[in-house]
Design a protein around this ligand. Structure first.
Ligand code: ADP
Ligand code: MG
Length: 711
């Protein structure tokens, strides 16, 4: 277990501690199902209780004659009152405020000035000054004393600041726990126990940790699916909404993949465990999103830059306020100056500023995880809302990526079975969607694939290798062209098939094109509606595919896409995205395959379909768990809502400081007689971080209308 800071993700410590940069309590880097009780929280609560107990009488004494209805002779003499206050305020300040002094001191040592620097200087000044006034009043210059010669004391300021900052810390720690709830609740989806069916057919209930790959597990109606696996027997109607965001239950029968954590609403089945523990989809989602929550959104740079200058600037303002008050303020001038300086230091604490962005990102990405939108990096979340161009891949993205062979043609040299057998031999190692179709066709024909030597996979083109003594090439026109071949005999038939939306590949044996295989891949359900809603949102859509122009045009026509580039290599896909960006467009790229990786990496936002290759998922900033393009619209709404939330937070955080500092410095005093009491300053400061977190939590409830016209 490691710990990190919400404001400084680069900090990773082996134990719970305070962030060396900002002093904020670190939190666990990884999300676990049960929120472990935060020792920091208990520590702060203990100090708050002690400080309140001792601090309350000190504050009452300090108010003294100002409390209405208290007869003057009931109060102790000023001398006694001052000493009692000293005795009470000392443990409150030194013990209750200890965490702040320790962090403030550390910040001076490391040069990372932060809110604790200000709090430590502020409370320290109020306390040391008051203590000196009790212990050695005669040592003070005239400017500090009242008309009657006594030096006023401000223990109650030090005491109240400590109490309010402790209270603020507690509220903040509590609220911070909640920001991880969305993600934590995903882990809670997994049941603790499950039923395993033994070899002999006997059934026993076991804990989930005991499940191994290959185990047969029973899932009854109403049960949660324990791990990822495939249905071996029976059938069920599984609600996958918690992982995919898709509300309609999915029918599962023999061979269907099920995801751990989803709910079997009706029926019952036996599942073979395929991924367990940290390997399950849910565990990987939580891990991935957890990391994204720690990544920094670009907007945060502004907050960081401001925060960096802020502390020294505040100390400077406090110093100026002190000097001006001491020179031209009303008597006792020095005392007023000191109070103004303390108020400035306390009200300006910049912690709300640092929290503004990370808190919203945390809640926004957690919300996305529940909608089937996995955000892998905060920057992608921020940019998604403002994209103006969406580049989409065809195969596997607009189409299902589950093609079926619709035609096999032969030049006569080989039988159709032989063509399929050779093609299947080459495709055995391939992850391309076409490979699945070819292998299925071979199996249906009982044509067993043969071993291949010197296998060469050309991404976006095809495959080649030696089968027995024959050199075989399978792929599109570019693949043939590289071997100096042309499929002239098949061209007419191929073009007809392409116009119907089929993908056509050719098979060449020993330098002669002798076969053609055509496959059609159904268009994804909801793809047309999803593109339509993006178009309404003023997003330009461009389709890029490595497939032939006629096929591309046919698919594009069905989806209402008018901009298409066909026959593009993976590198060119990347180059086109780069060119669009150079033209000043903000580009999202949606793709599923290895061939899309360069484009995904170069886009402002890469969007990978979870059904696609791992390489695509690795290079993308956003992953759509269910291969549903409608999620892009929803993700954009989430992006906008998050950004709006961040702006509100920055406004809250800046508002407090920008308004508070001049008031505390006494700018309003000459005109309205308004001065900010240090106690009010402490309350305002604590409130500002709490209000920022409360606003961020609101994001978890913001309505996100689902994309119109799709499920
Ligand atoms: P898309 O850009 O539509 O996802 P790809 O770039 O993956 O398509 O592939 C482009 C073309 O290259 C395919 O239409 C197919 O003709 C050919 N091709 C790529 N990989 C293979 C393969 N493994 N077997 C046969 N043909 C392939
Ligand atoms: Mg593809």
């Amino acid at each position: 277990m490691t710990y990190t800071c919400p404001m400084h993700p680069e900090i990773v410590e082996p134990a719970r501690a305070a962030c060396p940069k900002c002093g904020m309590a670190l939190e666990p880097t990884t999300v676990t199902a049960e929120a472990e009780p935060d020792p920091e929280l208990r520590y702060m609560i203990r100090r708050l209780a002690g400080s309140a107990l001792l601090g309350a009488p000190a504050v009452v004494l300090a108010m003294g004659a100002h409390i209405p209805g208290v007869p003057a002779d009931f109060l102790p003499s000023p001398w006694v009152s001052a000493w009692v206050q000293l005795l009470l305020a000392t443990p409150v300040t030194l013990w209750g405020g200890w965490p702040f002094f320790a962090r403030g001191w550390a910040s001076l040592g490391s040069g990372n000035l932060n809110m604790f620097t200000l709090i430590a200087i502020g409370t320290g000044t109020a306390y040391v000054y008051s203590a000196a006034a009790v212990l050695a009043p005669s040592a003070f210059p005239a400017g500090f004393a009242r008309a009657d010669g006594t030096v006023p004391i401000y223990f109650e300021a030090a005491v109240m600041i400590v109490i309010l900052v402790l209270l603020g810390q507690i509220l903040e720690l509590r609220a911070r726990e909640k920001t991880g709830n969305a993600l934590r609740s995903l882990l809670d989806l997994v049941p603790e126990r499950t039923i395993r069916i033994a070899e002999d057919g006997g059934e026993e209930e076991i804990s989930l940790d005991a499940v191994r790959v290959g185990d047969r597990l029973r899932v009854r109606a109403g049960d949660r699916v324990p791990v990822d696996g495939a249905v071996l027997d029976g059938r069920g109607s599984v609600d996958e909404s918690m992982v995919t965001g898709e509300p309609t239950p999915v029918e599962k029968a023999l061979g269907a993949e099920v995801i751990g954590g989803t709910v079997n609403r009706a029926g019952g089945f036996v599942v073979r465990a395929e991924r367990v523990g940290m390997e399950t989809m849910l565990a990987r989602i939580v891990q991935m999103v957890g990391e994204a929550q720690r990544s920094r959104a670009p907007v945060q740079r502004l907050a960081d830059r401001v925060a960096g200058l802020f502390v020294p600037a505040v100390v400077a303002v406090a110093a100026v306020a002190f000097v001006v008050w001491a020179m031209v303020g009303p008597a006792p001038a020095f005392t007023h100056g000191l109070l103004a300086a303390v108020s400035v230091l306390i009200v300006a604490c910049p912690c709300a500023l640092g929290l503004a962005t990370p808190m919203s990102v945390m809640v926004g990405t957690g919300r996305g995880a529940h909608l089937g939108i996995l955000i892998r990096d905060a920057g992608a979340l921020e940019r998604l809302g403002c994209i103006d161009t969406l580049v989409v891949d065809k195969t596997g993205t607009l189409t299902e990526g589950r093609p079926e062979i619709v035609d096999i043609a032969s030049s006569g040299a080989l039988s159709a079975d032989e063509i399929v057998r050779l093609a299947a031999s080459l495709e055995r190692q391939s992850t391309h969607p076409l490979a699945g179709a070819v292998l299925a066709a071979a199996e249906a024909r009982g044509a067993a694939p043969e071993p291949v030597a010197d296998l060469e996979t050309r991404i976006g083109m095809g495959v080649a290798g030696r089968v027995g003594a024959r050199q075989v090439v399978l792929g599109n026109i570019s693949m043939l062209a590289e071997a100096g071949l042309a499929p002239s005999a098949f061209e007419a038939r191929a073009e007809t098939l392409r116009r119907g939306g089929a993908t056509v590949v050719f098979l060449a044996v020993d330098g002669e094109v002798c076969g053609m295989i055509a496959a059609t891949d159904p268009i994804r359900e909801g793809a047309a509606a999803a593109l339509e809603s993006l178009r309404r949102d003023e997003v330009d859509i461009l389709m890029l595919t490595g497939d032939a122009p006629a096929t591309a045009e046919a698919v594009a026509a069905r989806l209402g896409i008018d901009r298409v580039e066909a026959g593009v290599s993976p590198e060119r896909k990347g180059a086109i995205v780069g060119r669009l960006r150079d033209e000043g467009r903000t580009v999202a790229m949606a793709g599923d395959g290895v061939n899309d990786a360069p484009a995904l990496a170069r886009a402002d936002v890469g969007i990978a379909l979870a059904s696609g290759s791992d390489v695509a998922a690795e290079t993308a900033g956003v992953i759509l768990v269910k291969g549903d393009l409608a999620a892009i619209t929803r993700a954009r709404q989430l992006s906008r809502a998050t950004l709006r939330n961040i702006r509100q937070n920055l406004f809250f955080a800046f508002g407090y400081n920008a308004l508070g500092v001049p008031v505390a410095a006494g700018v309003l005093y000459p005109f309205f007689g308004i001065l900010l009491d240090p106690i009010v300053a402490a309350a305002a400061m604590s409130l500002s971080s709490v209000s920022v977190i409360a606003n961020a939590l609101r994001l978890s409830r913001t309505p996100l209308p689902s994309a119109a016209g799709s499920g």
